[in-house]
Design a binder for this molecule. Sequence first.
Ligand SMILES: CC(C)(COP(=O)(O)OP(=O)(O)OC[C@H]1O[C@@H](n2cnc3c(N)ncnc32)[C@H](O)[C@@H]1OP(=O)(O)O)[C@@H](O)C(=O)NCCC(=O)NCCS
Length: 153
Amino acid sequence: MKTVEVRIRPLKLKDLDEVLLIEECSFRPPWSKATFLTELQKENRYYVVAEKEGKIIGYAGLYYLLREGHITTMAVAPEWRGKGIGKILLSHLINESKRRGLKELFLEVRESNWVAREMYQKFGFKMLARRKRYYVQPIEDAIIMSLKLRSNS
Ligand SMILES: CC(C)(COP(=O)(O)OP(=O)(O)OC[C@H]1O[C@@H](n2cnc3c(N)ncnc32)[C@H](O)[C@@H]1OP(=O)(O)O)[C@@H](O)C(=O)NCCC(=O)NCCS
């Protein structure tokens, strides 16, 4: 498969309306603009967008503290899914986490979200635990996954 060329760059406040369009067709319940604004203003956050010809087609975020990181969100616009954008975003977050000296990454994913779980597994994430009834709309368990990081250098 030919990889789509995208630019990964930090998420800016002016991107939020475009990001919300993707958010609203990706998650139930979606994050609101206020939630994104609060996130972006907090310390120890790193949010990026995938941009193609000036249009935002995906985004992802990371929260980190000491040597641990937590992937807070990741989504690709429905019409761009299955073209390698998720892998580009995830490998960017992993490389950035290593660059920042993080030792382990964590995330939660809906149990039924096999597309995302497969992607995380391909990058070496392992199932760590289950968080019962963590999600709503519909109620569902979260699978907690983690990845130990080794530095690039
Ligand atoms: C999960 C998501 C971010 C993946 O992004 P994407 O750009 O579609 O993913 P990619 O094209 O890079 O594919 C990555 C891997 O996902 C899996 N995958 C992608 N599309 C798939 C499909 N239709 N069926 C099964 N597996 C699929 C494959 O393992 C794939 O790796 P491969 O290309 O080596 O086979 C995207 O589907 C999405 O936005 N989903 C809604 C939001 C969401 O669930 N976010 C994750 C929350 S934890």
